[in-house]
Design a protein around this ligand. Structure first.
Ligand code: PMT
Length: 222
């Protein structure tokens, strides 16, 4: 499917969370299971694309038809892997829930408690992978995801513009949708349009998403 547009195209998909280490036994992470991104990667492969899947720490088997899987842990590692994989890619789809912050430093030994005293963690902002890609002169067609708990359209359109994306797939998270679940529901936005992809399991939703991406890709890059 995908009307042959994606046949032989190089597509990079990121999936899953990132883990930002605090010390040898603790980290800051998030609830992403990787299921949405893995489904998107599989759907892109079914549409004939040559897919590289950059995966954060998840416990999922590699879907059929994926050309290459790169496993990473932190946002910095995901940034490096995505940058390398997209050097000659046609499309990048960022379904990963990349940690926005990391601890300023990773303690070499396990942190100890100190008689009830408060502990403050200093955090540094991670680089934005999508924004970095869109700032490059020649870059792939860029599709972001937006995980929002409120004001979905406003925040999604803001990310579309601010990160310089071609499309953004917005999902309202919480209420049994989005993170960790089998189902999702997406509203897709691009500069002059939008489309509803109503609640469905992630495999079906991913195929619909890939068809829409193929349509837009053909329209602007065809
Ligand atoms: O993995 P599942 O359990 O199946 O859940 C799926 C999902 C809810 C994680 C997925 O559908 C989703 O919404 N992924 C994006 C989650 C997210 O981090 O959204 P955000 O609004 O914080 O980021 C917006 C976009 O910028 C995303 O495409 C993200 O990959 C990208 N980003 C964010 C931070 C950063 N430093 N670099 C980035 O590229």
């Amino acid at each position: 499917f995908g009307d042959q547009v994606l046949q032989g195209r190089k597509v990079v998909v990121s999936a899953g969370p990132t883990y930002e280490d605090i010390d040898p036994v603790r980290f800051i992470g998030n609830r992403s299971s990787g299921r949405m991104g893995f489904a998107v990667a599989e759907a892109a492969a079914q549409a004939g694309a040559q897919v590289t899947l950059v995966a954060g720490p998840v416990s999922l088997a590699t879907p059929q038809g994926i050309a290459r899987r790169v496993d990473v842990r932190s946002a910095a590692q995901m940034h490096a892997a995505v940058t390398a994989a997209t050097a000659d890619a046609d499309i990048y789809i960022g379904a990963a829930a990349v940690g926005d912050y990391r601890p300023n430093s990773v303690a070499p030994q396990k942190l100890k408690k100190h008689d009830g005293a408060a502990l403050a963690l200093q955090l540094t902002e991670n680089p934005d992978i999508l924004a970095h890609l869109s700032a490059q002169r020649a870059h792939p067609f860029l599709v972001g995801f937006a995980a929002e708990t409120q004001d979905v359209e406003r925040y999604a359109r803001d990310k579309l513009q601010r990160k310089g994306l071609d499309m953004i797939a917005a999902n309202q998270v919480g209420e049994g949708l989005g993170f960790e679940t089998a189902d999702n529901a997406i509203t897709l936005y691009w500069a002059d349009g939008s489309a509803e992809l109503p609640r469905a399991d992630k495999a079906l939703l991913a195929r619909q998403l890939i068809e829409r991406i193929a349509d837009r890709y053909r329209a602007v890059r065809g």
